[in-house]
Design a protein around this ligand. Structure first.
Ligand SMILES: [Mg+2]
Length: 238
């Protein structure tokens, strides 16, 4: 991989790459099923109905916890044909508020990884989702000082990555994106000529599933855990 010996910058995804995120969504989805199922007609798949509502609403609401909350309330009302008790809706909203205000829980060793990478490379944080929530997480993570730039985007597609890298004067061919989602962090960066370092996390959101996987080799690597990234980076920069 001679053409990629030198990266100008390393991009990091945030949710489920640097800190826990999806587990709280999963908790609130399960809570939704428990809360709403007693009022749903028999045979209705409550979880699937919730995910379907989220899928329809992404274009209007965008990603994040508040969008989940709006979709959950909408789904609770429609699944139950309007019979859902107000107390259930209050409980759903309480879960959303708790999610928005929960402290950031970093993955183990994250600060060490960023500290090592920052010694040799510019670091850019690229995350999608709600501006208020994502900004709050970055600000309270204790990691903000490692990032040369933080970019919170609406969508992680090739056009967005190209726009962000252009604005930072980073050549995509000398850029490596690190993240837990093939769909959002890896494929779009490969599409614009960049490098992808895929660090899977055990839980992946239904709507972030990838249609396929890139083949290992040029411009793509799968790394078992984030703590292994600096050694990999050093090994190919040699
Ligand atoms: Mg992620």
């Amino acid at each position: 991989m001679s053409s990629h010996e030198h990266f100008d910058a390393i991009g990091f995804d945030a949710d489920d790459t640097l800190w826990f995120s999806e587990d709280t969504f999963r908790h609130n989805e399960n809570r939704f099923v428990d809360l709403v199922s007693p009022y749903a007609p028999t045979g209705v798949d409550v979880k699937s109905a919730l995910v379907a509502t989220e899928r329809v609403n992404i274009g209007t609401y965008g990603y994040g916890v508040k969008s989940f909350g709006l979709s959950a309330v909408e789904a609770a009302i429609s699944i139950t044909n309007g019979t859902v008790p107000v107390a259930v809706l209050q409980e759903i909203l309480r879960g959303v508020r708790e999610h928005l205000t929960e402290p950031v829980r970093l993955f183990e060793g994250v600060a060490e990884v960023l500290s090592k990478v920052a010694q040799t490379h510019r670091i850019v944080l690229i995350t999608k989702g709600d501006l208020v929530h994502q900004t709050h997480k970055v600000d309270t993570s204790g990691l903000a000082h490692y990032f040369d730039h933080v970019e919170i985007v609406l969508e992680k597609d090739p056009a967005t990555y190209r726009r962000v890298l252009t604005s930072l004067d980073i050549d995509p061919h000398h850029f490596c994106m690190v993240g837990n989602s093939l769909h959002s962090d890896i494929m779009p960066v490969l599409a614009i000529g960049g490098f992808g370092a895929y660090v899977p996390y055990e839980i992946l959101w239904e709507l972030d599933q990838s249609e396929g996987a890139p083949t290992a080799g040029d411009r793509f690597v799968e790394i078992a855990k984030l703590a292994d990234f600096p050694d990999w980076l050093a090994s190919i920069s040699r």
